[in-house]
Write a protein that binds this ligand. Structure first.
Ligand code: MLT
Length: 418
C-alpha cells in the first residue's frame, strides 16, 4: 500500500529527493577533535596491550567528588525516595537555592552586582556556549580565536555554514596568544580566559579594552570563564563582570566541571545580565535575559535536583575548602609539568593560572607527529595544538588533570625517552 505514496521523483529518477538536512554540518571536520584522539589511542592500546598509558589529553578531571558534594547528593536522593519531599520538574532556569548561592558567593561577595535572576543553571558550558546561538541572528559576524576550543568553531559552522561571517582572531607567540582588538566590525566574539587551549590569561587592562571595544561597537562578548577557579594572580579578573559596564555587552559561562570535578555529574551556569539589550529590526529594545530564559523554558527542563543540590554543597564552608584543595592539587601537577619541561629547555606557555600547559613541539615537530612520538615512545596522550586551529600547528597541549603520581611519571618518561 505504501508504494502508492512514493514520490514521482523517486520513481522516475536515480536521485532520491527526500527530506533535507542542515547542510552546514557538511562543512564540519569529519570528527570532533577529542573523538579522533580517543579513536587513535584505542587503536594504540589494542596493539600495545601492555602499555600503561598516561592520559593528559582531554581536560577531564580524575579526582573523586568531594565529601560535601557526595553527602549532599545522598541527602537529596533520600528526599526523592519520600512522597513528601519528592521533586518532579524543577524550574527550567534552576532552583532558587542554587541561583542565590551563586549570585552571592561568586559575584556579590567579590563586589560584582549580579542577581540570582541573571543566573541560568544548566547541564554544562559545552551545551550553553553552543546553544546561545539560538537567540542570536544568522546575519551576525562571529569571531573566534585561532587556536580555539573547538565547540565555538563547530557550533558557529553548524549555524552559519562555511560563511564569510566567521572571523578568526589570530593568537600566536608574537601576541602572547592574546588576540588583538579587531579593527573590522564584529557582532559577536567568543573569548575564553583562562584560555583553553593555551592556558594564557587576560589581565584587567586588556579585558577592559575588549569591553570598551564591545560597548563602542554594540558588539556582544561571549565570555567562557570555565577555568576561573585556577586563577592565582589577583590582577587577573575571574569574571568579565568585574570590568565596569560589562553587564551591557557580555554573557558569561561558568562550570562546576573543572573546579568541583563535575565532568561526569554535569552542572554549569550562564550569566545573562538584565542590562544586556539589543535592538530588533522593528527598532524595539530586546532583553537577552528574557530571550535566553524563553529559550531554556522551551528546550530545557532544568538540571537534575540532585545535581543542583550537589552544586549547592560546593558553596558550603567545607565545600569551598574542598574546591580549594582540588585546585591546589591540579595546579601542583601543572607546576610539575611546566617546570619539568622548562628544565628540559622546551618553550612552555600557560600552566600558571590555568590547568593547561601549551608547549612548543621540540625539534620543529608538527603537532600530530609529536602526538605520535609521545604516544609511541612515552605512552602519554596529549592534544595536538593544530586540532584547535591552524595557529596551533607546532604546539601541543597537556593537562594537569591526572593524578600527581601519573603526572610525575609522565614528566620522567618525557625526560627519559625524548
Ligand atoms: C578540553 O579538553 O578541551 C575540555 O575538556 C573539553 C570540554 O570541557 O568540553
Amino acid at each position: 500500500m505504501h508504494i502508492l505514496f512514493l514520490r514521482e521523483s523517486y520513481k522516475n529518477s536515480s536521485i532520491r529527493y527526500m527530506f533535507k538536512i542542515n547542510e552546514n554540518y557538511l562543512h564540519l571536520s569529519r570528527s570532533y577533535l577529542f573523538s579522533t584522539i580517543s579513536k587513535k589511542v584505542d587503536e594504540f592500546a589494542l596493539s600495545n596491550p601492555n602499555a600503561d598509558i598516561i592520559r593528559l589529553g582531554i581536560g577531564d578531571v580524575t579526582q573523586p567528588l568531594s565529601p560535601s558534594v557526595i553527602d549532599s547528593m545522598h541527602k537529596s536522593v533520600d528526599e526523592m525516595s519520600r512522597k513528601e519531599t519528592f521533586r518532579g520538574y524543577g524550574p527550567e532556569q534552576g532552583y532558587k537555592f542554587l541561583r542565590e548561592k551563586i549570585a552571592t558567593t561568586d559575584f556579590q561577595k567579590r563586589g560584582v552586582k549580579i542577581d540570582a535572576d541573571e543566573i541560568f543553571i544548566s547541564d554544562g558550558s559545552k551545551s550553553d556556549t553552543g546553544n546561545i546561538c539560538d537567540i542570536l541572528g544568522d546575519s551576525n559576524t562571529i569571531a573566534i580565536t585561532n587556536p580555539v576550543y573547538p565547540v565555538y568553531l563547530d557550533t558557529t559552522i553548524m549555524r552559519l555554514g562555511n560563511s564569510n561571517n566567521l572571523m578568526l582572531l589570530e593568537c600566536n607567540e608574537e601576541n602572547g596568544f592574546l588576540p588583538d582588538i579587531p579593527v573590522k566590525s564584529i557582532d559577536v566574539v567568543y573569548l575564553c580566559y583562562p584560555n583553553n587551549p593555551t592556558g594564557t590569561v587576560m589581565n584587567r587592562i586588556k579585558l577592559k579594552q575588549w569591553v570598551d571595544w564591545a560597548l563602542y561597537n554594540n558588539s556582544l562578548i561571549l565570555f567562557d570563564a570555565a577555568y576561573e577557579a585556577y586563577i592565582k594572580d589577583d590582577e587577573i579578573p575571574k569574571s568579565i563582570f568585574e570590568i565596569e559596564n560589562a553587564e551591557n555587552c557580555a554573557i558569561e559561562f561558568r562550570s562546576f566541571s573543572k573546579n568541583a570535578g563535575f565532568t561526569g555529574l554535569r552542572c554549569s551556569y550562564t550569566v545573562v545580565p538584565k542590562a544586556l539589550k539589543t535592538m530588533s529590526s522593528n527598532g524595539e529594545k530586546q532583553s537577552l535575559n528574557m530571550l535566553w530564559g524563553r529559550r531554556q523554558a522551551t528546550k530545557f527542563n532544568g538540571a537534575p535536583y540532585i545535581v543542583q543540590r550537589a552544586a549547592e554543597a560546593v558553596y558550603s564552608i567545607e565545600g569551598q575548602k574542598e574546591v580549594g584543595d582540588f585546585i591546589s592539587y591540579y595546579m601542583n601537577n601543572a607546576d610539575v609539568i611546566r617546570n619539568g619541561l622548562i628544565k628540559k629547555g622546551w618553550t612552555v606557555y600557560g600552566g600558571e593560572n590555568a590547568p593547561y600547559i601549551w608547549l612548543k613541539c621540540p625539534d620543529e615537530n608538527d603537532s600530530w607527529s609529536f602526538f605520535d612520538q609521545l604516544l609511541e615512545k612515552c605512552h602519554i596522550v596529549g592534544t595536538p595544538g593544530v586540532g584547535f586551529g591552524s595557529n596551533g600547528e607546532g604546539f601541543f597541549r597537556l593537562t594537569a588533570f591526572n593524578s600527581y603520581e601519573k603526572t610525575v611519571e609522565a614528566v620522567e618518561r618525557i625526560n627519559t625517552h625524548l
